[in-house]
Design a protein around this ligand. Structure first.
Ligand SMILES: [Zn+2]
Length: 1094
């Protein structure tokens, strides 16, 4: 700022800028005349008398969303003893996709009719042909909930509704029914229940289930006495004959139609109860449960005290459900990868269920939008609302209109229909798409959404071939592709004016905290180079985006960085109550033209404020200023706000600290998620009208009220990033990585999204980061390639099996070069009159995405317990409806899950025990608000890994194998103390080191000679040139590259304090905050279902 008249550090800015007179007062509506100006340019006040002492020093804290379990319980959980039982070679849930166990035809009788039945579904069936959308019913282990089991004391802190029943249901098998008593065959039949006998196309065979249910052996190895033949699950490849329990399913089970006529009633059991291993389990050895799950009775054989501590004999030793006998996410993911990862997904067929989000696959657009753009909860919709109500399966689409594609896939073609604009239906305004029907020799077309007959404009006329198709169909993306873009005409522009290119405004908090932590210096340094990477259109040489700079604490400083200036000039606006922009010309500039001035500015900012004592900040006026600047420049754009503290300075949007953890689990808990003032909603509305998107980077040392501060980012389609207790040395990599990605990513501005549907259904509800001023238009000041909008549909009429149902998502937006465009995505779905078809074409990952968003919005208005209960009830209704209408008759003791939904319970449980719905003691209010808004715009892949983290063993696979190792289930019992694991959930990344890991491994990875020398909490691995180090670091890089936010690494040593943090993510286990284990939840779900059915 040398140009400025005053002495450093901050020159008072007193004289009106030359450019000021050009500024149009009218744009600031309500501003006093220009004569008032000088008063607005108050000199920057240096040290503020009111300066308060140094803010609390940051303590190292959990990353966002990670709950640190209460320390007090630290002693309880399964410590090392649990691991102690695993030798390095212990069972992990490795890929067992190659396992083909045959179910023996001759099932064996099991002991008592009352015995709990663990039905063996089609599981053990060898994999069938490449999966279709078919389904196989999963039958769950006989969670004979109502058996003659001695009641287990109600679990403490049980998360869901009905603790008492659950207690008895909690997986405690009547001891008469060891795992041996698996009834056979019945499971299978169900699978095919849906179709008319014999008519079904080849379905996806049930392989995934197979391995899940082959459990007994895999449970075995954890028992000390079971050695030798009882090999880990991954060894299933071996002949199972030696293990009676591994009798496989009857092949016929998979035969279409068998279910209906096949095995009415319970089938003969096949497992011998004589399995020696299970005898062990029955003699009370299971009594001592793992500490955290004491009340449930441990489902885990690997209880630390097992074998060494007999425990009091139990009258009826509870029989636990074998964790290996229940559907495994890992197995389902592996199976889908194996079955569907090799061939491209071709979108030409209506109602096809795409591969899972966890499978890598290529997409060929042949008329329907790629699943990268749209995923649905079901690809076959019930024809009537009655059916839909009966099934309770939410009908929803998760839409990511600007999703980025892999390089092998082409971006949507841009279609130009000339001055007349895109061709649309006159009545419903749907855009031309492959489903429109041309008639009368091509002179007219019938709208596929509303049936209206429209004339084809002369310039668009084309002849039809003998099949009634236009002969130019394949020359026109809008007639042959699921996704494409139209160039919009001026009619689609605000005020009928072609928009100016958007602008980015960087707004930097320069209060004491921001300076002290080194944030301002780091940021300014980074911006110097980062600004060369602003988003560009196609092959453009330089970005059309203009940039501007503001710094602020209690007052705002605008900078004139006009290229003709030798030095930047600062203007201070201290009247934050009535924010206006003091300059127009020179505020928003082209980086290349003004590079020298900008570089100078970025060099000077950290210096100018280096001695600041100002701790107070404003926030709403900052947004207001940015928005006014865009308004004055008549463009849309994005504000990048870097903010450190609760805005307590006297100004609009001033906040107070209202954090109160005592509200948790009360009816007032919802207030923690609500903004404390309506000011930010009003501001957001103005921003949306201007196409002003706000991205917020938070660097709090304490409570900053994320729930309130994130209102504007949330409603403007922006992003929030949070770096608690930011320290340059620890957090710069994460912050800079996020910043680079955020600045560079492609964004559409000033967008409106509309979802049209064919007659019979309509979009009724929307979830995401956007604003709605009516019931149909989703308004997005900005929309980037990471954001999704989840849309729920309801029936308003009967659907037709023949015509199916159509969705068309149209996004009108301004590209980063200022071009107005329409992006269109079309998707055709099937409709069914049989519920079984619905259940056969569902996608659980998408269901969970919807249900999580539904629940996370619900906490704004209802107690979290109500929200949890609602989810559980809905899930039970979904599964009960299947059981009642689609599954074959079978004993009530069996839990029967639709193949496509067999992971619904485990995933739903993860949602229920998440930090939003069941917070641990260490999760802050800000973390909860932060995660809540993050999840709101997550896509299906993100919610999938967020709720069920990936746990990757690192030394199991050969070192030269550089592909990602197969994951294991997120449970402590899957950890071997001789191994090292990576765990990631899209936000957090842990490297867990077992206490008995080989010394050579420790040396190779950490460059220290023993486990004890590894630094706990380490966030960077040393760069060592050896195969293991290269592999692990490469894997970490690759995981980070897959996620939209940088995941900071935390090295966790077994039995170290930090391990509690890590265990929070082992979601199949009971959580310290009271969340149920997977096994227990499954039992609870079964009970709920049975109640509904009885
Ligand atoms: Zn129409």
């Amino acid at each position: 700022m040398s140009v400025n008249q005053s002495a450093p550090p901050v020159p008072p800015f007193e004289q009106p800028q030359p450019i000021y007179p050009g500024y149009h007062q009218s744009s600031y509506g309500g501003q006093p005349g220009s004569t008032a100006l000088p008063t607005h340019y108050g000199a920057y006040n240096g040290p503020v008398p009111g300066y308060q002492q140094t803010p609390p020093q940051g303590v190292s804290r959990a990353p966002p969303s990670s709950g640190v379990p209460p320390a007090s319980t630290a002693s309880a959980p399964c410590g090392q003893a649990a691991y102690g039982q695993f030798s390095q070679g212990d069972v992990q849930n490795g890929p067992s996709s190659t396992v083909h166990l045959q179910r023996l035809p001759g099932s064996q009788q099991f002991g008592s009719p009352l015995a709990p039945v663990v039905s063996q579904p089609a599981l053990l069936q060898p994999y069938g042909p490449p999966p279709t959308s078919g389904q196989v019913t999963a039958q769950l282990a006989g969670m004979q909930i109502s058996g003659a089991v001695a009641p287990v004391p109600p679990p403490s802190g049980l998360g869901y509704g009905l603790p008492t029943p659950l207690a008895s249901a909690s997986g405690s098998f009547p001891n008469s029914g060891p795992y041996g008593s698996y009834p056979q065959g019945q499971a299978l039949p169900l699978s095919q229940a849906q179709g008319p006998p014999g008519v079904l196309p080849p379905q996806r065979s049930a392989p995934p289930l197979a391995s899940n249910f082959t459990s007994p052996a895999s449970g075995g190895p954890r028992m000390p006495s079971m050695t030798g033949p009882l090999l880990p699950g991954q060894d299933f490849g071996g002949p199972p004959v030696s293990q009676p329990n591994h009798v496989s399913s009857t092949p016929q089970a998979l035969t279409p139609g068998t279910q209906i006529t096949g095995h009415p009633g319970p089938l003969p059991p096949m497992h011998s109860p004589q399995q020696p291993g299970y005898q062990l389990q029955q003699n009370g050895s299971f009594g001592p449960a793992r500490s955290p799950q004491a009340n449930y009775g441990s489902p885990y054989p690997a209880t630390p005290t097992f074998g060494s501590q007999p425990g009091p004999p139990q009258p009826l030793p509870p029989k636990r459900l074998d964790p290996d006998a229940i559907p495994s996410p890992i197995q389902v993911i592996e199976d889908d990868r194996n079955n569907r990862g090799s061939e491209p997904f071709v979108t030409g067929i209506r109602g096809q269920v795409p591969p899972l989000v966890t499978t890598n696959f290529l997409v060929k657009d042949q008329g329907n939008a790629s699943p990268r753009y749209i995923r649905c909860t079901s690809y076959n919709i019930p024809c009537t609302s009655d059916m839909a109500k009966q099934a309770q399966v939410p009908l929803a689409a998760v839409i990511k209109p600007l999703a980025s594609l892999p390089p092998e896939e082409a971006s949507p073609y841009v279609v130009d229909h000339g001055e007349s604009g895109p061709l649309r239906c006159n009545r419903c305004k749907a855009y031309m798409c492959p489903f429109m029907q041309f008639i009368e020799g091509g002179r007219r077309f019938q709208c596929c959404f509303c049936s209206c007959i429209n004339d084809v404009p002369p310039q668009y006329f084309q002849h039809l071939d003998h099949t009634g198709k236009r002969v130019d169909t394949y020359d026109r993306p809008e007639l042959s592709m699921g996704s494409y873009e139209f160039l919009a005409t001026v009619d689609y522009c605000k005020n009928n004016k072609i928009p100016s290119p958007p602008a980015f405004i960087f707004m930097i908090d320069v209060s004491y905290n921001a300076i002290r932590t080194g944030l301002v210096k780091l940021l300014c340094e980074e911006l110097k180079s980062l600004l060369d990477y602003l988003p560009r259109e196609g092959g453009a040489e330089e970005s059309a985006i203009r940039i501007g700079f503001v710094t602020y604490n209690k007052v705002l400083h605008f900078y004139n960085v006009k290229s003709s200036l030798a030095q930047p000039q600062m203007m201070v606006v201290s009247d934050v109550a009535d924010m206006f922009v003091p300059l127009l010309d020179g505020f928003l500039v082209n980086i290349n033209e003004s590079r020298a001035v900008i570089t100078s500015l970025l060099d000077q900012i950290p210096e100018m404020f280096s001695d600041t004592r100002e701790t107070e900040t404003v926030f709403a006026p900052v947004i207001q200023a940015g928005m006014e600047a865009l308004k004055a420049a008549e463009c849309s754009g994005k504000l990048f706000i870097f903010h450190t503290s609760l805005p307590i300075a006297e100004a609009p949007g001033k906040l107070k600290n209202r954090d109160d953890r005592k509200l948790i689990n009360t009816d007032k808990e919802k207030t923690l998620f609500q903004p404390q003032t309506g000011a930010y909603q009003s501001l957001a509305k103005e921003c949306v009208a201007q196409g002003c998107c706000v991205d917020l980077f938070l660097f709090p040392n304490q409570y900053v009220d994320v729930a309130t501060l994130s209102v504007v980012p949330q409603l403007t389609g922006g992003s929030v990033y949070k770096y608690a207790c930011f320290q340059v040395e620890n957090d710069q990599e994460r912050f800079l990585s996020d910043l680079r990605r955020d600045v560079q990513k492609v964004v559409g501005f000033d967008a409106v999204m509309r979802v049209r549907t064919s007659t019979g259904i309509r979009a009724v509800d929307f979830f995401g980061a956007f604003y709605m001023s009516n019931t149909t238009d989703v308004e997005l000041a900005g929309l980037d390639g990471d954001k999704t909008v989840t849309v729920e549909f309801k029936h308003d009429d009967r659907l037709n099996e023949e015509s199916g149902a159509l969705l068309q998502c149209a996004l009108l937006y301004t590209s980063c070069a200022g071009q107005r465009r329409l992006r269109i995505h079309n998707l055709a779905l099937n409709c069914c009159t049989q519920l079984a078809d619905l259940y056969r074409n569902c996608e659980t990952d998408t269901l969970i995405n919807y249900m999580a968003k539904f629940a996370y919005r619900g906490v704004l208005n209802s107690p979290v317990k109500t929200v949890r209960d609602t989810l559980i009830t809905q899930c039970a209704q979904i599964l009960a409806c299947y059981r009642k209408n689609c599954a074959s008759p079978s004993s009530a003791g069996q839990l029967i899950l639709p193949e496509c939904m067999k992971l619904l319970p485990v995933y739903l449980n993860c949602v229920l025990k998440s930090d939003i719905l069941q917070p641990g003691a260490e999760v802050t209010t800000d973390d909860r608000a932060y995660v809540r808004q993050l999840v709101t715009s997550m896509d299906v892949a993100e919610t999938n890994v967020f709720f069920y983290p990936r746990l990757l063993p690192l030394t199991k696979s050969p070192i030269e194998n550089t592909t990602e190792p197969p994951a294991v289930r997120a449970s402590e019992e899957r950890l071997s103390n001789g191994d090292i694991y990576l765990l990631e959930n899209g936000l957090n990344l842990f490297l867990w080191v077992g206490a008995s890991v080989q010394q050579g491994v420790v040396q190779s990875l950490f460059n220290v000679s023993s486990f004890s020398q590894i630094t706990s909490g380490l966030s960077v691995l040393p760069i060592l040139d050896n195969p293991l180090s290269n592999k692990v670091r490469g894997l970490i890089d690759s995981l980070r590259a897959q996620r939209s936010r940088y995941m900071k690494l935390i090295v966790v040593k077994q039995e170290d304090k930090l391990e509690m943090l890590f265990k929070h993510f082992l979601v199949e286990d009971k959580s310290l905050s009271g969340g149920a284990s997977y096994v227990d939840f499954l039992c609870h779900m079964h009970k709920e279902i049975r109640q509904l059915l009885s």
